[in-house]
Design a binder for this molecule. Structure first.
Ligand SMILES: [Zn+2]
Length: 316
């Protein structure tokens, strides 16, 4: 699933490509992932795309307020509305010449005033599109946590250190931080040498700061490399990202740790596959990696090594 760096990459691409364009018309295919399809058809035509922003893992296309000239129907709210776009698992949004044949699974086409179409394709339709008035957008945005690129040292520690949940779960929790998913959680925990199963409350503020810095460095670098393309992520120009070549933990089960050569392990933490180095990221006392089924269908042994547990018993 696209996480913060991938969504940021798409948002930057769209900013380059469609900023200032006016939406002429809307055509829809399957609409089960759209909040209110009729609202798109009714309210988008005539509006200009004034900004493209990222908020956590979704994008906001900020639209112009009612344009009297084009007799845009008002939505009962004079403040500028937005189009929320969440790419889900397989969503892609990209401008194409209007005459170009539609890709399979194209479900939304916005004809723009320069003859191109902004097209949204989504094979699995786990994404979401919603036309939101300023009021409904404000409601939508309540309950999200801090942006990991902007969060201060103090706020990060406050959000993590008091919590009795596992650090991996806290990183994934969008009400704690917005935008982090499985890949960048594992990568930053590896970099900060923190086991994903440790409890937030067991991290001291120095460790929390190490994690915040690791997370920010990794996210920045991943944005520079235009995100990670694991299965089918493509940016707004239809190009894959390159950060997957720099993964140190995620997807590397059985391969040597880049620091100490110990084989990277996988365990289910917070309900998700989690990759970590059992030596660099000592497990908390009592943590037993659940048996998980390997690629070939065999059960892999739950080797959250007793040695590493003993070794770390002291420090925790
Ligand atoms: Zn290691």
């Amino acid at each position: 699933m696209p996480e913060l760096p991938e969504v940021e990459t798409v948002a930057r691409g769209l900013r380059q490509a469609i900023l200032g364009r006016r939406i002429i018309s809307v055509s829809l295919g399957k609409t089960d992932f759209i909040d209110d399809p009729a609202a798109l058809e009714q309210h988008l035509p005539g509006r200009q795309i004034e900004a493209v922003e990222r908020y956590g893992k979704f994008m906001l296309l900020r639209l112009s307020a009612v344009n009297a000239e084009n007799r845009v129907t008002t939505n009962g709210d004079a403040a500028p509305p937005s189009l929320l776009v969440h790419l889900g698992m397989t969503g892609q949004i990209t401008p194409s010449p209007a005459g170009q044949p539609l890709e399979k699974h194209t479900h939304v086409c916005l004809l723009l005033d320069d003859g191109r179409e902004l097209r949204y394709t989504d094979a699995r339709r786990f994404g979401r599109i919603a036309y939101l008035t300023a009021v409904s957008l404000a409601e939508e945005l309540t309950g999200f946590g801090a942006d990991p690129l902007e969060v201060s040292k103090e706020e990060f520690a406050d959000r993590i250190c008091g919590r009795r949940a596992r650090i991996k779960a806290l990183l994934l929790d969008q009400s704690v931080l917005r935008g982090v998913g499985n890949i960048y959680a594992d990568e930053s925990l590896w970099k900060a040498k923190i086991h994903p199963a440790r409890l937030g409350v067991k991290l001291n503020r120095k460790e929390a700061e190490k994690l915040r810095r690791a997370l920010q460095e990794i996210l920045q670098k991943a944005i520079l490399l235009r995100g990670s393309s694991i299965s089918d992520f493509l940016d707004a120009e239809g190009e894959p990202g390159e950060y997957q070549r720099h993964h140190r933990a995620y997807g590397r089960e059985g391969k040597g740790c880049h620091r100490c050569k110990t084989p990277v392990r996988r365990a289910i933490v917070a309900g998700r596959s989690s990759y970590f180095c059992p030596r660099c990221q000592p497990s908390p006392r009592g943590f037993v990696a659940l048996p998980i089924t390997g690629k070939n269908g065999r059960k892999t042994k739950p080797r959250a090594t007793e040695k590493s547990q003993k070794r770390n018993g002291k420090s925790r």
